[in-house]
Each structure stands twice: as C-alpha cells, then as structure tokens.
Ligand binder design. Structure first.
Ligand SMILES: N[C@@H](CCC(=O)N[C@@H](CS)C(=O)NCC(=O)O)C(=O)O
Length: 212
C-alpha cells in the first residue's frame, strides 16, 4: 500500500490519511512529491487523477480524496477502529469529518497549515472567527459526550480530519477555549503527530503562497 503525499510542512490534506494510518498501525510506503512554488506540482498527475495529494494506491486500486481514503481504510482494516464501534458515535464522527472536509473554507484559506511557523496572530475576517467558534463548539461537545482525550475517545478518522486544524489554531493564536487546549495537547502528544511534525521541521522547501 502506497500513500502519495505533499510537503509535510504544508500539506494538510496529506496529513489526514497519513496520521490515521500511523495511528492505526497500518504499514505503508510513503511517497513524498514536493510542491512547486505555487503549491501544486504537474508531477502529481502521474499518480493522481485530480493532480492533487493525497492519493492512496493499493494494488491495482487508486483512491483519491482524503475522506474517501479514510473510508477505504476503514473497510480494508475493519478491526483497526478507524471509525468508532458504536453506530451512533460512528454517525456523529462521520458528520464532523464531512463537516471538516466540506467546510471551514475561511479558516483554511486564510490560515494554511504550517508546522514550521512561529506562533504569530494575523488579522482575521469574521468568516475565520465564525469557523473557529464552530470548531470550539464541535470539539467541546465531542470531548464532553465521549470523555476525550480524542473526539470519540480513541483516535479515529474524525481526529485525522481535524489534526491540521490543531496546528492552525495554535500557529495563528486563534483560540484559548479549554476544549481547544485539551484536545490540542492530546493531539500534539500522539506519536504519529510528533513523527510528522519532526519530519516537517526537517524540510527546507518554502511555498510562499502558504506563508500567511
Ligand atoms: N479535496 C481534496 C483536496 C486535496 C488538495 O487540495 N490537496 C492539495 C495539497 S494539501 C494539493 O494537492 N494541491 C495541489 C493543487 O491544487 O494543484 C482531498 O480531500 O484530498
């Protein structure tokens, strides 16, 4: 099984299936193709029908789109716990994962994931503030309902979808909500997070478009 990813410092969509596979102990070959200066790379077309990362290759099968990859992994490794075991919790986890995949565009475009960045606030729009407020509510609700330390107690695909958001809220100093502090601490202590972050810090590529 091969996972194609972009730069670890910036590629938030790549980070999602990568951290899920690491957290669940799925062995895979990682192929990193760095972005060019504009943030894409024509070489992505060689393995991805959309020209975007991440892309998972499993034998003859190619799966693109981060959430589709996470769903495929859950089917391929049914005992690994990619989604919560309880049906209601699983439906809730899928709802928040889809909310992340399809939403929070103001936050995503104004505050790119950047593992290397110093903590430094920037002026943000009402749209970003609204996205942050919704994330605070969503995380607080999950931690209260399921008891933490991850959104649905154990690490799941929902956490994989929100992992890059932990970096964004920290690096742009966007929230001091207690749920954000508690969840960020759990996420940033996970060995898979640490492995990705350390590799990101060792990269030297700079994508100017992602340096907000
Ligand atoms: N909806 C896609 C988004 C993938 C995406 O936008 N990936 C970025 C890197 S984080 C990319 O490949 N950008 C290159 C480009 O747009 O040319 C997913 O969930 O996988």
């Amino acid at each position: 099984m091969r996972l194609h990813i972009g730069n670890k410092n910036y590629s938030s969509w790549s980070f999602r299936p990568w951290i899920a596979m690491k957290a669940k102990g799925v062995a895979f070959e990682e192929v990193l193709t760095p972005f060019d200066d504009e943030g894409g790379n024509p070489k992505f077309r060689e393995f991805s029908p959309t020209g975007k990362v991440p892309t998972l290759v499993d034998g003859d099968l190619t799966v693109w789109e981060s959430l589709a990859i996470l769903e495929y992994l859950a089917e391929r490794f049914p005992d690994a716990g990619f989604w919560p075991a309880d049906r209601a919790a699983r439906a809730h986890a899928r709802a928040v994962a889809n909310e992340m995949h399809g939403g929070f565009s103001a936050l995503r475009s104004a505050c790119p994931m950047n593992m290397r960045r110093d903590i430094r606030p920037i002026a943000v729009s009402d749209g970003v503030r609204k996205d942050v407020a919704r994330i605070e509510t969503l995380w607080a609700d999950c931690l209260k309902t399921y008891g933490g330390p991850f959104l649905f107690a154990d690490f799941s695909n929902a956490d994989a979808m929100f992992a890059p958001v932990v970096n964004r809220l920290e690096k742009y100093a966007l929230s001091d909500h207690p749920a954000v502090i508690a969840y960020s601490e759990a996420m940033k202590s996970h060995p898979a997070w640490i492995e990705w972050r350390d590799a990101a810090l060792a990269e030297s590529w700079i994508v100017p478009a992602d340096e907000a």
